[in-house]
Design a protein around this ligand. Structure first.
Ligand SMILES: NC(=O)c1ccc[n+]([C@@H]2O[C@H](COP(=O)([O-])OP(=O)(O)OC[C@H]3O[C@@H](n4cnc5c(N)ncnc54)[C@H](OP(=O)(O)O)[C@@H]3O)[C@@H](O)[C@H]2O)c1
Length: 281
């Protein structure tokens, strides 16, 4: 059910992605997901749904310690401004700490990333975040960060799915004890279409499982955390049940061969959020 991060924090292997779920919808979707058994909710300041998630968590009546909440800093900003935005996230989520806080996108300026990371280390040292990490960082972004980091990121949340297996980056991260969170595991729906569909469906038949379950199992068995998004009750259940499916090493390799370096999200080296923004734009 969990994998351990390098600092010993236990993080659930399956979480709920909430990108494009509104505040209003988050209240019911996250509430239902927690009822099904999801313990990990992935959000971001940028998703503008932390308030709805906070409400859902409160209404679930689950002890805070039984849940794992990830959020992400909206953009690179000065220390005091970042602090204000962070505490607003806590207020919206109705919590006193976050389990995992991430830099959402790398800056193109390594000094900006290093400065932002200093704030993240402050959050960790003051126990406002139980773990800290990055998202969309490439190998070179990580190497630049290591130059000044006192604490290495505990995770890197990256686009990763059968069409983009990220094998070299994941190998580099494993060497530095940085865990991978796979985002966009269903390629925003493309894995349900050829050429991915054919291979995944065939493997699914052998395990009486669906395409989505095979992809989640593929990720988990390679040591990744998976955060599929769904707003549909049946699919939430289906995705969550993938935790009990085991596919063979040959099947994992067969899926890895679908890799075409295909991104469905932005290339981190060309992301438009890499500048240091002093105002909320
Ligand atoms: N760090 C970053 O920069 C970053 C970027 C993108 C995403 N993320 C995170 O990763 C999460 C997941 O990525 P994603 O939302 O882009 O896409 P995804 O999880 O790859 O795919 C979601 C799509 O698949 C559908 N779906 C879900 N379960 C299904 C099932 N069992 N059968 C058929 N269709 C199914 C969903 O529709 P329904 O809702 O109708 O079921 C939705 O259209 C996000 O929500 C977010 O938390 C992070």
């Amino acid at each position: 059910m969990f994998y351990s991060l390098s600092n010993g924090i236990l993080m659930p292997k399956i979480g709920l992605g909430t990108f494009l779920i509104s505040n209003e919808d988050a209240k019911s979707v996250v509430f239902e997901a927690i009822k099904i058994g999801y313990h990990h909710i992935d959000t971001a300041q940028r998703y503008d749904n932390e308030k709805g998630i906070g409400e859902a968590i409160k209404n679930s009546s689950k002890p805070r310690s039984s849940l794992f909440i990830t959020s992400k800093q909206k953009y690179h900003m000065p220390f005091e401004e970042a602090k204000k935005a962070f505490f607003q996230s806590l207020e919206h989520l109705q919590t006193e700490y976050i389990d995992l806080f991430l830099i959402h996108w790398p800056s193109h300026d390594k000094f900006v990333n290093q400065e932002t990371w200093r704030f993240f280390e402050w959050l960790y040292e003051h126990k406002y975040a139980k773990a800290i990490g990055v998202s969309n960082f490439t190998k070179s972004h990580l190497e630049d960060l290591f130059e000044t980091a006192k604490i290495k990121p505990h995770v890197n949340q990256i686009e990763c799915h059968p069409g983009l297996t990220q094998t070299p980056l994941r190998k580099f991260m494993a060497e530095h004890d940085i865990k991978t969170i796979s985002y966009g595991p269903f390629m925003r729906g493309a894995i349900f279409e050829p050429p991915y569909k054919d291979v995944l469906e065939q493997i699914g038949k052998k395990h009486t499982s669906t395409i989505s379950q095979i992809v989640i199992a593929w990720g988990i068995q390679q040591g990744m955390f998976m955060i599929p998004k769904s707003s549909d009750l049946k699919r939430l259940e289906e995705n969550h049940r993938a935790a009990s499916i085991t596919i063979s090493e040959e099947e994992i390799q067969e899926i890895n061969q679908l890799n075409r370096g295909k991104r469905v999200y932005t290339d981190p080296d060309n992301n438009p959020w890499g500048i240091f923004q002093a105002t909320n734009t």
